[in-house]
Design a protein around this ligand. Structure first.
Ligand code: ADP
Length: 266
């Protein structure tokens, strides 16, 4: 008898996805799949379509053609639990909500419409706030938080949701060192819980070190695979061209980037 090795399940399937804004194509013919528990870094320069891809996956943007399946369901038509941490500029900080309110929003699917949060919901919110180090700020208006704290509040919302798939759009952009540490620690804990995470970043070094697979985007998929394959000098030159110097040596490649890519290594 052979060993009973569990087959990893497919969490996300994106097939020939094309997304446009007012007829202008932002993503063309994107195809890739993600298995349960994988960590996927979505990288590419500004305007590559990283945020657009995430919005299309969570169902905020309709596909022009192609499809998205999360656990075999279409998020545009059915309710699927996906944790989503938007990019900071996509968050309306003038909306009058407290940090606790934001995190409780993650519980909506558990509570059901027009019901009051149960003790279990309140407990999930408290735990999530503690995990991101914001327990003290539960009653603080969101608009009074620093950039890093806002990011952490949205991560707490995703944790309270207890979603098996989490999308994080540039969670490290403009955050302080303490928030960066907290987010990295959380990512490790999420891995232990086998939560599937897609993380958009322009930091190639972070992508190479953190992920199981890298999706290199530039309006379309340039490469998808293990970091060492996806971030090879040839694909990087194709995407970043003159903005990036790739210095190859026997132990890998050193990337000397401009503003789009902090110097990365693999
Ligand atoms: P990234 O997240 O990689 O920086 P985006 O997904 O934000 O890239 O943008 C992809 C393309 O879509 C860019 O050309 C951008 O200008 C365009 N775009 C993004 N959001 C909008 C919008 N709301 N309206 C029109 N065009 C948009």
């Amino acid at each position: 008898m052979g060993e009973n090795i569990p087959v990893p399940c497919e969490v996300l399937r994106v097939e020939n996805l094309t997304v446009a804004y007012n007829g202008r194509m932002a993503l063309r013919d994107v195809t890739f799949t993600v298995l349960g528990g994988e960590r996927v870094a979505v990288v590419g320069p500004n305007g590559a379509g990283k945020s657009t891809l995430f919005k299309a996956i969570v169902g905020l943007l309709p596909p022009e053609s192609g499809r998205v399946e999360v656990f075999g369901c279409n998020p545009h038509q059915e309710r699927v639990s996906i944790g989503y941490v938007p990019q900071r500029e996509d968050v309306d900080l003038t909306f009058p909500v407290t940090v606790g309110d934001v995190v409780m929003m993650g519980r909506v699917a558990h509570i059901g419409w027009l019901r009051r949060p149960s003790r279990r919901d309140r407990e999930a919110v408290r735990r999530a706030l503690e995990q991101v180090g914001l327990a003290e700020l539960a009653n603080r208006p969101l608009g009074e938080l620093s950039g890093g704290q806002v990011q952490r509040a949205f991560i707490a919302r995703a944790l309270a949701q207890e979603a098996p798939l989490l999308l994080m759009d540039e969670p490290f952009a403009g955050v302080d060192a303490a928030s960066e540490e907290a987010i990295l620690g959380l990512l490790d804990r999420l891995r232990e819980q086998r939560v599937t995470v897609l993380l958009a970043t322009h930091d190639l070094q972070m992508a190479a070190e953190w992920s199981d697979r890298v999706l290199l985007l530039n309006g379309e998929v340039v490469a998808y695979g293990p970091p060492g394959d996806a971030l090879c000098p040839a694909t990087l030159r194709r995407v970043y061209g003159g903005q990036l110097t790739v210095w190859e040596h026997e132990r890998g490649a050193i990337l000397l980037g401009d503003g789009h890519c902090s110097g990365g290594r693999r």
